[in-house]
Write a protein that binds this ligand. Structure first.
Ligand SMILES: Cc1cc2nc3c(=O)[nH]c(=O)nc-3n(C[C@H](O)[C@H](O)[C@H](O)COP(=O)(O)O)c2cc1C
Length: 191
């Protein structure tokens, strides 16, 4: 099946993994997944343990017609979901990318399914960080972001505005449509 994205790109049968970390902004990722599916992409979802506290598996199972992957041990993937999801993946989107995810990926830890998947993929990776302004401004977080950028990871956001900790500042996750535009830009470059 093929379709046209909002900016007129021909899309369809591209394999995208959307990984969702444990932050309030996880609810926006349901819209992102819905948009990707609507434009014809084959979308799989990985939910971290903390991610499951914020958004339910049933939402993503319905949106993708496939239950999200929540464990590094999943009978659907006998070789391991980190291997099978990475195989043929065109884009890994991590949204929200928590401070913990940034740290794990920047340091090459394989301490959960998502961090192991990050190490396994050979496709472009797009991260949408989200956290409180004080977390975002911490030198350690900024070092991890710099490391990831220099490793070739693409970043979208965070923006400035209202944060769920009831303060204004930088740390707000990019909106679903901004992430979609960046994802489509990266996918366009794949040809
Ligand atoms: C209500 C609530 C909101 C949170 N929001 C964020 C957030 O936006 N960004 C972040 O980095 N951590 C946030 N955390 C902390 C993470 O959930 C925590 O660090 C967790 O270990 C992250 O796990 P994950 O990276 O595997 O998803 C929040 C925690 C709570 C209880």
């Amino acid at each position: 099946m093929s379709a046209k994205s909002a900016d007129g790109e021909r899309v369809g049968s591209r394999r995208i993994v959307v990984a969702i970390g444990g932050g309030i902004a996880a609810y926006k990722s349901a819209t992102l997944v819905s948009r990707l599916v609507q434009q014809g992409d084959d979308c799989s979802v990985v939910l971290t343990r903390a991610g499951q506290e914020f958004v339910g598996s049933a939402t993503f199972a319905a949106l993708c017609n496939r239950a999200p992957v929540v464990s590094p041990f999943d009978d659907r993937y006998p070789m391991g979901p980190h291997i099978e999801l990475a195989d043929g993946c065109d884009l890994l989107v991590i949204a929200p990318a928590t401070a913990r995810i940034l740290a794990s990926c920047a340091h090459g830890l394989a301490d959960d399914l998502l961090a192991t998947l990050y190490l396994s993929v050979t496709c472009p990776v797009l991260m949408a960080p989200a956290m409180s302004a004080s977390m975002w401004e911490k030198p350690s977080v900024q070092r991890n972001v710099m490391q990831l950028r220099s490793d070739g990871v693409h970043m979208v956001g965070p923006g400035e505005g209202w944060l769920s900790c009831r303060q204004k500042g930088t740390g707000r996750m990019a909106e679903a449509d901004e992430i979609l535009i960046e994802a489509n830009n990266l996918l366009r470059n794949l040809g």
